[in-house]
Design a protein around this ligand. Structure first.
Ligand code: PLP
Length: 450
């Protein structure tokens, strides 16, 4: 049992929360989450809350899996920690590397392990620049990302990402990183046909390359579906054109699979859904279903072969690269996803059913668009359903708070509400998710006097 009010007090005294206005938080105190099971989390005040965010887009297998507890405990007893620096390795890291490269597209046969998605993207920056040095083109240093992209909170991650407040706070960001438009049809292209808009958004990559000079451009990085930026699902025309531009100019393509990987779109990797061929794929989150922290970069042959054959020692690595306990949990997590045919469940049952039910929310007075792909969903909140004019900033945050009170976790990204439920969600649980989302929208409308 917990002394909830004391915990809350100590939290406000000592704990700086990520991505949180501490002063605002301390006015009411935090909600204390004490346990979880399946797709539900429970707080210390006895509330049961449907976690439609799977934590932070990561608890793909759902909460409460004893198999993952056993995998962690077994490995911790045998070899809790050892590194892979001293010409050493251990079974969990080796087996996980083999497994991941089997799941990845054919041209990807290597993995570099990290402790998180942010570290994976830092690794990407150093690896990309190393690749071009080894190619004899050290002037190719510029990496192009997208506005509103999210690639983590380390300096490199924040720089690659396109979140304005992250750039403003604690800048300057890393040099030699540029950003292009995002394929955000509802927000930025509604007057156009979506497919034409997709091509237009992709063409901003070509324009940027021309403007910089291809001799300076090293790589393009993007999430298959931009997650933290608001579940930006690109029109079908977008990714093939991006792939064409990268191929034509010979620049590396990096697909950040931290959210889209491990079944979120019904395939092992989001890039398989869009049929693209990335040279590098940062991964994390769903790799271990969030049970322990682990990430990595899947490295295609084009980069790996050169690094191995010509690179000598790569001066890069983390104490926890390939951490055995985390790797054992990741491996077991992947086995469970396979044995329980979770990706098939997403593809054949959950995603089609979710798409149908989620689309029904488009009729709500506050909703201007309801879109989804795989088990990612977004609702665009609008003040006026006809003109689709937006609310003043802050209504998304209000709706998120009301969701919690109603018994569902949805995240707000500005005035966009997003969900990313555990992949094991059943049709009945999807019905619950939709009812709770609708009830939260109704309560938000009432609070606004609509
Ligand atoms: N890349 C993407 C696409 C993400 O969504 C995130 C986290 O939300 C990251 C990278 C950073 O991962 P981490 O928080 O594990 O450092």
């Amino acid at each position: 049992t917990h002394n909830t009010s004391e915990l809350r007090r100590e939290d406000s005294r000592h704990h700086l929360h990520p991505f949180t206005d501490t002063k605002e938080l301390n006015e009411k105190g935090c909600r204390i989450i004490t346990k979880a099971d399946g797709i539900y989390i429970y707080d210390a005040d006895g509330h049961k809350i449907l976690d439609a965010m799977a934590g932070l887009w990561c608890v793909n297998i759902g909460y409460g899996r004893q198999e993952l507890v056993d995998a962690a405990a077994g490995q911790m007893q045998e070899l809790p920690y050892y590194n892979n620096f001293f010409k050493t390795a251990h079974p969990p890291a080796i087996k996980l590397a083999k497994k991941l490269t089997e799941l990845a597209p054919d041209h990807i046969n290597h993995v570099f392990f990290t402790g998180s998605g942010s570290e994976s993207n830092d690794t990407v920056v150093r690896m990309v620049r190393r690749y071009w040095q080894l190619q004899g083109k050290p002037e190719k240093t510029v990496i192009i990302g997208r506005q509103n992209g999210y690639h983590g909170s380390t300096v490199a991650g924040a720089s690659l990402g396109g979140m304005a407040p992250m750039h403003q706070q604690g800048g300057p960001m890393l040099p030699d990183i540029e950003h292009i438009a995002q394929p955000y049809w509802f927000g930025e292209g509604r007057e156009m046909d979506p497919q034409e808009f997709g091509l237009l958004a992709a063409s901003s990559l070509e324009k940027k390359i021309q403007q910089l000079g291809v001799e300076r451009v090293a790589a393009f990085i993007a999430e298959p579906v931009q997650g933290a930026g608001g579940v930006i699902i690109p029109p079908a025309s977008y990714w093939p054109e991006i792939q064409r531009i990268c191929d034509q100019h010979g620049i590396l393509l990096i697909a950040d699979e931290v959210i889209c990987g491990f079944g979120r779109l019904g395939r092992w990797f989001g890039s398989q859904h869009f049929d693209i061929k990335p040279d590098l794929m940062p991964i994390a989150k769903g790799l271990s279903s969030g049970y322990l922290p682990i990430g990595g970069v899947l490295v295609g042959d084009r980069v790996a072969d050169l690094l191995i054959d010509e690179g000598g020692e790569f001066y890069h690595g983390f104490t926890y690269s390939g951490h055995p306990s985390c790797a054992a949990v990741a491996l077991r997590n992947i086995e469970l996803l396979e044995q329980e045919r979770v990706l098939e469940h997403v593809r054949d049952i959950a995603a089609p059913y979710f798409a149908r039910r989620w689309a029904e929310l488009a009729s709500h007075p506050l909703v201007g668009e309801a879109r989804s792909l795989g088990l990612l969903g977004a609702l665009e909140l609008v003040a006026d359903k006809v003109t689709l004019s937006r609310f003043e900033p802050g209504i998304g945050g209000l709706c998120r708070d009301i969701c919690f009170e109603t018994g569902i976790v949805m995240r707000s990204v500005g005035e966009t509400m997003v969900v990313s439920p555990p992949l094991v969600i059943t049709e009945e649980e999807i019905d619950q998710l939709i009812s709770l989302a609708r009830a939260s929208l109704d309560a938000t409308a009432r609070r606004l006097g609509i």
